[in-house]
Ligand binder design. Sequence first.
Ligand code: IMP
Length: 406
Amino acid sequence: MAKYIVLGAQWGDEGKGKIVDLLSGKMDLVVRFQGGANAGHTVIIGDKKYVLHIIPGGIVSGKATNVIGNGCVVDPIIFSEEVKYLQDKGVKVSPDKLIVSSQAHIVTPVHKYLDKVLNKKIGTTGRGIGPAYGDKIHRTGIRAENILDGSFIDRFCEHAGNYKSICDQVYDEPFIDVDEAVAEMEKAGKYLKPYIQDSIEVIYGFLKKGANILYEGAQGTFLDIDHGTYPFVTSSSTSIGGAYTGSGVFMEFDKRIGIVKAYTTRVGEGPFPTELNDATGERLRKNGNEFGATTGRPRRCGWLDLKLLKRSFMINGFNYISLSKLSCLSGFEKILAAVDYDSKGQPVYKEFPGWEEEVEGITDISKLPANCVKYIDFIEEYLETPIGMISTGPDRNNIIFKEALF
Ligand code: IMP
């Protein structure tokens, strides 16, 4: 019985999808506990690439049952599109393999409209995430259970009507076509219905059976509504605390896996002390193909920020590091990592000599260039946590295991 959690230690896009997929082959249950279709997990198996937004990455392997927990917000339209996308690619998706919590909140076209008019300065994904969580906290949200109890469309009409009367007066942006939205919601709600269940019962059932369970975080620690760079954050708890409220079931995770990208990226606005607005940043973006999986936006790139990561490790209690995208650092003359900030808040860097050799595809640690090993060793030492796994390329097999996971 293994109980693992995988979380992004930085600002998201650390490469969680690959690790989740790798682990999910051994898992009986994969749980998402926060976020919505703002997430973008890319899973590559052989020559097939799957980009997932709301459905847990465990679906691709075909073995695990997947839960979208109560802490998530679900857009029924995107959900149905994603199910069809996966089925078209030959992935089996059915209500016995995919469960949506009856307590999860529904993202509506109104939320997407509000995201556009309210959240411009944050640079959101535009998926209606913040406004959906806003309605949840205001206690005016619509939950998946309302699809089961037959009140969904009445509630949606009331919700759209209330917002229309306010938005028409306040915003220049024309409000959504309510009739069209009702029809869309009706269709997508019917599609979602068979997948809805009490997910606490499901998760607890697996726990009691001694199953292998994986919790899959979305986004990253510094996008957490509480612990992130507020207000430039997402609207859910992306760190370990969110796993408990967002799934409703307590369990002790044997492995708390922090995914650390070998440099730093973020999308959207907000502070980024080690950002490189120069040719080096551009080179990182190119090497790492750093473009958002959800929005296609170019990601901002910079050096590794160990000082910030230390805080992420305090918050999440990681006991295992999975280091990703190491192969993107080959060819740099020198590599920098922030180890502190000065009195003006500027990063204080430690400099490492770079390495010319290609590391893509290496699976044996002894084959890594010596300078690369020095960089890895320093990260491990600074974060006082073992690096168990190093990803050396996009393919599932491009992995070095320093510490076995099973
Ligand atoms: P929202 O989650 O769409 O509300 O966007 C809030 C902030 O989180 C924006 O800066 C987004 O770019 C960022 N964000 C949301 N989801 C992801 C993700 O999966 N990866 C990286 N950044 C994300």
